[in-house]
Ligand binder design. Structure first.
Ligand code: XMP
Length: 510
């Protein structure tokens, strides 16, 4: 276990297993995720403070379901079983599980028969299960019931089982419950801090890349690639980490110059490449969103290929892939995760490039990457920046991307964002931008008739970009932004505000 003492999380196939690790990190406990059948000797050698059994989509009675003897785990350390983990515990320790093909999703209420530190006695929880434990194993007592009348939590001297998911944000005080298990029940010291995470990621990078190879990083101007480039640079040295920041002509107003300077200021070995013409000619005549995305992906690859210098043994491409990008969809259904939108950035690497991927933050969530960036000393201005998509303004100009359309959306965007900053709203919002619609409507300006385009404002709150809600601006704010845009941006005669959440919409329009 990488020399750290912590918790072992055994994964029985839940989509939420990474969230358990994340909540433990939040409580300053180290953990490692392993497959459900991870070797017992290795578990013993790790001397974990505790072992957590994740949920999973199966029934313990199903043929081929992942089974494991919980008794031998209990000889190593205290165990917490979550959902399927609790059922497995009951099944293998002499309790009884009632099989049911009917799954129960969503909110439930549980009533605790005793006080658990930090947890309300009547607690709102998130459940997603079919089977239930109907009889606790010998030595266990049932200490919480669900509204539906089945056991929601059981405990023995050495083990805990909960039917609900304490790791999801929808469970009220779920983090406090996990903290109670780790700190009070397992007596683990909460000493896993930001600097340990940095060290661990650095160790992994050194192991993967070795002592000779060089890495190339495509910088997008966003938080994730900036943090990854900084982490790699601090680990391998600037001479082995070659960053490329491409001006694809689809960036926001002044962004290329400003961001390039910022990268230099934080010590990255960065080269700016102006490929505006290549991108614009690849986009000419395209209006279908997928074709636009593919063309942009292709040109990015071509630019990166040109930058691969024979002078250095560049064998790796560093990418800021996050955990939500990996699963693409957080589903509570336990089924295979589904793709909401094809993942966009570079769209996969061609074989001929012979590059391996280094993705040091692929187990982390956005807010954790921001915290990591802070730990690495990156300025708040860089870390607080709203996410910006790889295809840039091309997916905010609906239809064909022309220099004129880019001018309009760029000018309007600069006004919108500066108003957000002026009113102290920027940091309350996950992402805000303008979208130029290929629709012309009639207006009247200065006694004359106009026939110009419609522009939509979009601003959403979100915790990870997977789900989002539109931001509730005051009417006065919207009036001010709309007035400023129609007065100052030639080509726009009507401004609308997008009031759709995700789902059913996505954040970007294309
Ligand atoms: P959607 O539009 O799918 O976006 O709801 C979710 C988040 O992903 C960003 N996004 C992208 N980021 N390359 C990126 O790096 C892309 O092609 C891309 N498309 C969408 C989007 O801005 C939002 O933050």
């Amino acid at each position: 276990m990488a020399g750290e003492r912590g918790f072992i999380i055994l994964d029985f196939g839940s989509q939420l297993t990474q969230l358990i690790a994340r909540r433990l990190r939040e409580n300053h406990f180290y953990s490692e995720i392993h497959p459900y059948n991870f070797d017992l000797e290795k578990i013993r050698a790790a001397k974990p403070y505790g072992i957590i059994l994740s949920g999973g989509p199966n029934s313990v009675y199903e043929k081929g379901s992942p089974l494991r003897d919980v008794k031998e785990l209990l000889e190593v350390a205290p165990v917490l079983g979550i959902c399927y983990g609790m059922q497995l515990m009951a099944h293998t320790l002499g309790g009884e599980v009632q099989s049911s093909s009917h799954r129960e999703y969503g909110f439930n209420q549980v009533h605790w028969s005793e006080e658990i530190s930090g947890v309300p006695q009547d607690q709102k929880v998130w459940m997603s299960h079919g089977d239930v434990v109907i009889k606790a194993p010998p030595g266990f007592e049932i200490i919480a019931q669900s509204k539906g009348g089945h056991p929601a939590a059981m405990r023995s001297k050495r083990a805990w089982g909960v039917q609900f998911h304490p790791e999801v944000a929808h469970t009220e005080n779920g983090v406090a419950f996990l903290n109670h298990f780790c700190k009070d029940f397992c007596q683990a010291p909460p000493n896993w801090k930001g600097q340990h995470i940095v060290q661990q990621l650095q160790d992994r990078v050194r192991q993967q890349v070795g002592t000779q190879d060089h890495v190339m990083v495509g910088l997008s101007g966003g938080v994730d690639s900036s943090v990854v480039a900084t982490l790699l640079t601090k680990t391998l040295g600037a001479e082995r980490v070659h960053c490329v920041f491409v001006n694809n002509g689809l960036l926001r107003k002044n962004e290329y110059e400003e961001v390039l300077q910022q990268y230099k200021n934080v010590g990255l070995n960065v080269k700016g490449v102006d490929a505006t013409e290549e991108f614009m000619s690849a986009l000419k005549g395209l209006s279908d969103p997928e074709l636009k995305r593919k063309a942009i992906g292709r040109v990015f690859i071509e630019v990166f290929e040109k930058e691969l210098s024979p002078k250095y043994p560049i064998r790796w491409l560093g990418q800021g892939t996050l955990y939500p990008d990996v699963i693409e969809s957080i589903s509570f259904h336990g089924g295979p995760s589904q793709t909401i939108k094809s993942h966009h950035n570079v769209g996969g690497l061609p074989e001929r490039m012979k590059l391996g991927l280094v993705e040091p933050v692929r187990e982390l969530f956005k807010d954790e990457v921001r915290a990591l960036g802070k730990e690495l000393g990156l300025p708040a201005e860089m870390l607080g920046r709203h996410p910006f998509p790889g295809p840039g303004l091309a997916i905010r100009v609906i239809g064909e991307v022309t220099p004129e359309a880019l001018r309009v959306v760029r000018e309007a965007d600069a006004i919108f964002i500066s108003k957000l900053r002026q009113h102290g709203l920027y940091n309350q919002i996950w992402q805000a931008f303008c979208v130029l619609l290929p629709v012309k409507t009639v207006g009247v300006q200065g006694d004359g008739r106009t026939y110009d385009q419609v522009l939509s404002l979009r601003a959403v709150t979100s915790s990870d970009g997977m789900t989002a809600d539109w931001f509730g601006f005051s009417f006065e704010f919207l009036r001010e932004v709309s007035g400023e845009i129609t007065n100052k941006v030639k080509g726009v005669s009507r401004v609308v505000y997008d009031i759709t959440s995700k789902p059913p919409s996505t954040i970007e329009w294309e």
